[in-house]
Design a protein around this ligand. Structure first.
Ligand SMILES: Cc1cc2nc3c(=O)[nH]c(=O)nc-3n(C[C@H](O)[C@H](O)[C@H](O)COP(=O)(O)OP(=O)(O)OC[C@H]3O[C@@H](n4cnc5c(N)ncnc54)[C@H](O)[C@@H]3O)c2cc1C
Length: 503
């Protein structure tokens, strides 16, 4: 029986960050992770002797003094990340249909307005109102400012749909498409996506978009190092199979190897649906279990990772998003055999600066497309070739995506040496979710409170963290980790530590 003050289930960003914050405050922390590689979505993999991010291609709000900067600084990892800034005048380039213009989304609120106003001078005032509204909405989420505040303030804005707000602000139909052109970042859907999700995600990049040199796995490795410095431990290759509350209110966890772990407190970084299915307790109300069971997850992704012929494709310090029409309508007609949207992420060749070494293409994909293969399982712990039919299908849809990209960027197809495909089943098996959902439980402006899940459960010493609780993404998960730890350490105390200049 292994005992800790705090046990954390899952070594994704949420679990690791909670682990470091609490270990730094003197708690004896143990993290239990099912995979050999820690990090969840922060994992990287190597293919064709090149390193690829399995999920995260860029992060926001890590400019000096911003919220993510402060959190990473407190976790003592900032100097290990080797952050590379994206282009100030364009961190995301938006393309629509066959319009040859690449519309820039720029860093800095005034610069954001200035760059787009070059193409839409008649909408300058609307652009100013748009960034002002984003900033106003941020104020309603005080924790995002690392401030204590009234949590009910945000109730005013939870039910605003992104589409309604954009329609109210802008009259130019093209500009409406541009400002939501990167909505694959939050699985934007015109019927359901709340404006605040768009505001929280996009503002983080407007406030400073960066790439982690090498791969985002550096974030996980650096957090592990900090955890070790403060005496914490990660138990890998241990899949949690059972959670229960003991008579003394401590939490006991069993793993698939039969080991038992006890924590005075326990934080689950596993999807709440799975956490509840593993939890034996009559303290969780049936209605809550049902709400979580029925909460819809976001869609999944097809990712094509390409090794490029050296010195052929210029490296871009921005990402490219293309949509045939309005990005917010894409989810309503997904067809992997006829892609109508994609994102392109570039990685620089260290041996040939100025050129890209690899490219990753992303496009939504519904896990249901892979129903014939859903019984097969593959991860580094249990690597298998699923079957030849699956391999042929995924290579076919990957090739169709590459062909679609080649319509605008023929040089990418010409420079493609080899490619490796990740499907919703890959994400399901490597991230440990039921359905390979990219961002977990998705917010819906029509039922705003259904995606607002408290970090505290009715089991007094069991807490939740991670992307399913509130907002996804590196910043969203980091803010939720702060919220989870605040329940143990006290919010004012933790905020004072995070805001301390010399933290
Ligand atoms: C394709 C893709 C691209 C993305 N791109 C970006 C981006 O560019 N920028 C950005 O900011 N965000 C991006 N995101 C979102 C971001 O990656 C996630 O929101 C965030 O990393 C989630 O962290 P987490 O800790 O909540 O969950 P996870 O990373 O999923 O971690 C959960 C951990 O729990 C472990 N686990 C699960 N079940 C068990 C069990 N039973 N026992 C033990 N361990 C278990 C898992 O193995 C995993 O390590 C992207 C996501 C995806 C999928």
């Amino acid at each position: 029986m292994v005992q800790h003050d705090i046990i954390i289930l899952g070594a994704g960003l949420g679990g690791l960050l909670c682990g470091v914050i609490l270990a730094k405050e003197g708690y004896n922390v143990g993290i239990i992770e099912q995979n050999r590689q820690i990090g969840g979505c922060l994992q990287s993999f190597s293919f064709g002797k090149k390193l690829f991010d399995s999920c995260i291609h860029y992060i926001g709000s890590v400019s000096e003094g911003k919220n993510q900067y402060k959190i990473f600084k407190y976790a003592e990892i900032l100097d290990q990340l080797d952050l590379m800034p994206y282009e100030r005048d364009c961190y995301d380039a938006i393309l629509t249909g066959d319009d040859p213009i690449m519309y820039p989304l720029a860093q800095g609120y005034d610069n954001y307005v200035a760059q787009l106003a070059k193409y839409f001078p008649h909408q300058r005032e609307a652009l100013e109102n748009y960034v002002a509204l984003i900033r106003d909405v941020l104020q309603k989420f005080p924790l995002y400012m690392l401030k204590n505040g009234d949590p009910t303030e945000k109730l005013d804005v939870l039910n605003w749909t992104l589409k309604e707000v954009i329609d109210d602000l802008f009259s130019d139909e093209k500009l409406k498409e541009i400002v939501v052109g990167n909505s694959i970042l939050y699985a934007g859907n015109s019927d359901t996506t709340p404006f605040y999700i768009h505001a929280l995600v996009c503002s983080s990049y407007i406030e400073g978009a960066y790439k982690v040199r090498g791969s985002s796995a550096r974030i996980a490795k650096a957090l592990w190092k900090s955890l070790q410095k403060y005496g914490g431990t990660i138990y890998r290759n241990e899949k949690v199979t059972f959670i229960r509350e003991r008579e003394d209110a401590s939490i006991e966890v069993q793993t698939h190897t039969g080991k038992h772990y006890i924590g005075g407190k326990c934080i689950s970084n596993i999807h709440p649906k799975q956490t509840l299915s593993l939890l034996e307790s009559n303290k969780i109300k049936k209605a809550f279990r049902q709400r979580i069971e029925e909460a819809p997850n976001s869609v999944s992704i097809l990712m094509v990772n390409i090794v490029l012929r050296p010195r052929t494709i210029p490296h871009r310090k921005y990402n490219i998003y293309w949509n045939e029409g309005n990005a917010m309508e894409v989810l309503q007609r997904l067809d992997p055999e006829s892609p109508d949207h994609y994102a392109i992420y570039f990685t620089e060749d260290n041996r040939a600066p100025g050129f890209a070494e690899t490219i990753s293409l992303l496009s939504y994909m519904d896990v249901k497309e892979l129903a014939p293969y859903s019984h097969t399982f593959n991860n580094t712990g249990v690597p298998v070739v699923r079957n030849h039919e699956y391999e042929a299908y995924k290579n076919k849809i990957a090739q169709l995506l590459i062909d679609k990209v080649a319509v605008r960027f023929p040089e990418i197809k010409e420079a493609c040496l080899k490619f490796k495909v990740a499907t919703p089943l890959t994400f399901r098996d490597y991230m440990g979710t039921d359905d390979g959902s990219v961002y977990g439980i998705i917010a819906d402006a029509r039922s705003p409170l259904s995606s607002q899940i408290s970090v505290q459960t009715k089991v007094p010493n069991l807490f939740l963290t991670g992307q399913n609780i509130n907002v996804h993404g590196v910043l969203g998960v980091s803010i939720t980790a702060v919220s989870t730890c605040a329940h143990i350490l006290g919010l004012d105390y933790l905020l004072s530590k995070l805001n301390q200049e010399d933290a």
